[in-house]
Design a protein around this ligand. Sequence first.
Ligand code: FES
Length: 115
Amino acid sequence: MVANSAVGTVKLTVQQAKEGTREIEVESGDQLRAVLMAEKIDLYTTWGKVWQCGGVGQCGTCIVEVKSGGELLSERTAVEDKKLNGKPASWRLACQTLVGDGENSGEVTVATKPQ
Ligand code: FES
């Protein structure tokens, strides 16, 4: 019998100050920045729009605040430790964050532009 290789699903709620709240169904293991960009969610501040690095962990502008469900996300990376040094522990860089581990499921809420 073939093993069940089902991929988990994460319900991602995105809180935006101006555009309101969006709910997105995410395949567990997807990169948070890629999900937000695909959904045309305005991730960057004006400064970030100009200087964002395209998701390679160099600019530190793709910041989101994790409101709940952080245990489903990938571990904070060394890049995040450096770029977010002195910032709240709930802040993550979307380009460094995976939503789920590929198998788990659950609910995550993030807010864009906490800075
Ligand atoms: S997009 Fe530059 S650090 Fe994430």
